[in-house]
Design a protein around this ligand. Structure first.
Ligand code: F6R
Length: 369
């Protein structure tokens, strides 16, 4: 079943382009998002004034990425919450709230209980799920399936990019139904989405061997930090989670802006830090700020591995290593920037001789609370 791959995870990372392409398939017509599963639900989408995304782990990071674009395209405020926290704090929700759950398995007990709780409180529920007929979609008012295909490795990789893709489709659909985004603007985003699979493929083709080489050199590393800003922030969190989970290395993700509020104290000579650099074309200001974060940590001896778009020359003299991702429109970089981090975590675990498909203490589907 693994084909020629050394692990299911290696196979699944190689399938990230297809996971996005298959999630888009049949859902775009003449530049418009068409989601047959959401037919007849326009009233639900025009009647809401809040969206709360609930999920656990990697799925919650997909939600955090999705928040930026969904808010922009729908002009509805979006909050993202861990499913197990949501239920225990008497949240203020009602019929005008859309609770969007994200789950690869569709069986995660924490997420399921939060969906049930939201329904009991009168909220509308929409499930983003990778498993046809699973419990969470069955308990929801609406479903948008991700079509990443079966994910066997315990750690989630291809499902993550499919989840972001599905959230973007959902966001564009709701934005169009509510008239919050024009057909022309939506069509531009659709074009960006359609270009993502080939761009991910380019990263796999161009950067995978180099990243695996770094991972090999870093096999004795005891701690790795990840920094990002805006949509790059949840990508930093995802990079850290994968490294903990697969390689059993202490790893933390931070918002780059938080550095001076504490985490910079962790920087000592030789500390490896991955930095997700935002596109200078989209925000010169954010780009400049992240470059100056790199300067600050490098001045303290950190070893910086930057993930930056092709052609961003400013980052080259600042970082020790630069991993390149193709140019993408606003909101679409995270779908690319996460790929080197998945490769890195897998490469480091492999270099340590660990079983990347079955990390210790973890189960693929967490059906207990
Ligand atoms: C991390 C990982 C987990 C899952 C989480 C939710 O690599 O796989 O954090 O993302 O347990 O699982 P699902 O998506 O099945 O609800």
């Amino acid at each position: 079943e693994k084909g020629g791959w050394s692990s299911f995870m290696a196979k699944e990372v190689s399938e990230e382009p297809e996971a996005v392409a298959n999630t888009l398939r049949g859902r775009i017509r003449d530049g418009e998002v068409v989601i047959p599963e959401l037919d007849g639900l326009d009233e639900l989408f025009t009647g809401i004034s809040r969206i709360i995304v609930i999920a656990c782990g990697t799925a919650a990071y997909a939600g955090q990425v999705g928040k930026y674009a969904i808010e922009q395209w729908t002009r509805i405020p979006v909050d993202v919450e861990l499913a197990h926290e949501f239920r225990y704090r008497d949240p203020v929700i009602g019929p005008d709230t859309l609770v969007v759950s994200i789950s690869q398995s569709g069986e995660t007990m924490d997420t399921l209980m939060a969906v049930k709780y939201a329904r009991e409180r009168g909220a509308k529920t929409l499930s983003v799920c990778n498993t046809q007929g699973a419990t969470i979609p069955r308990e929801s008012d609406a479903i948008v399936y991700t079509h990443a295909g079966p994910e066997v490795a315990v750690a989630s990789t291809k499902a993550f990019v499919a989840q972001i893709t599905a959230l973007y489709l959902m966001g564009l659909h709701i934005g169009r139904v509510r008239g919050a985004v024009s057909a022309a603007v939506a069509a531009e985003h659709v074009r960006e989405l359609e270009a993502v699979p080939a761009k991910i493929q380019r990263i796999l083709d161009n950067e995978q061997p180099r990243i695996e080489q770094f991972a090999h050199w870093m096999a004795d590393t005891r701690s790795v930090l990840f920094l990002g800003r805006h949509v790059g922030y949840p990508i930093a969190l995802e990079g850290a989670l994968k490294l903990k989970e697969l390689a059993y290395i202490h790893a933390e993700g931070f918002a780059a802006g938080e550095l001076k509020h504490g985490p910079i104290a962790l920087i000592e000579p030789g500390q490896p830090v991955f930095v997700v650099v935002p596109s200078p074309r989209q925000s010169a200001e954010m780009h400049k700020k992240v470059i100056s974060s790199i300067e600050e940590i490098r001045a303290r001896g950190a070893r910086v591995i930057a993930i930056a778009e092709e052609g961003d020359a400013a980052v080259l003299p600042k970082a020790d290593e630069v991993l390149r991702i193709p140019l993408a429109g606003p909101f679409f970089e995270p779908l690319l920037a996460v790929v080197p981090l998945h490769i890195f975590a897998m490469g480091l675990a492999t270099a340590k001789g660990l079983d990347v498909d079955q990390p210790r203490n973890l189960a693929k589907s967490v059906t207990v609370e």
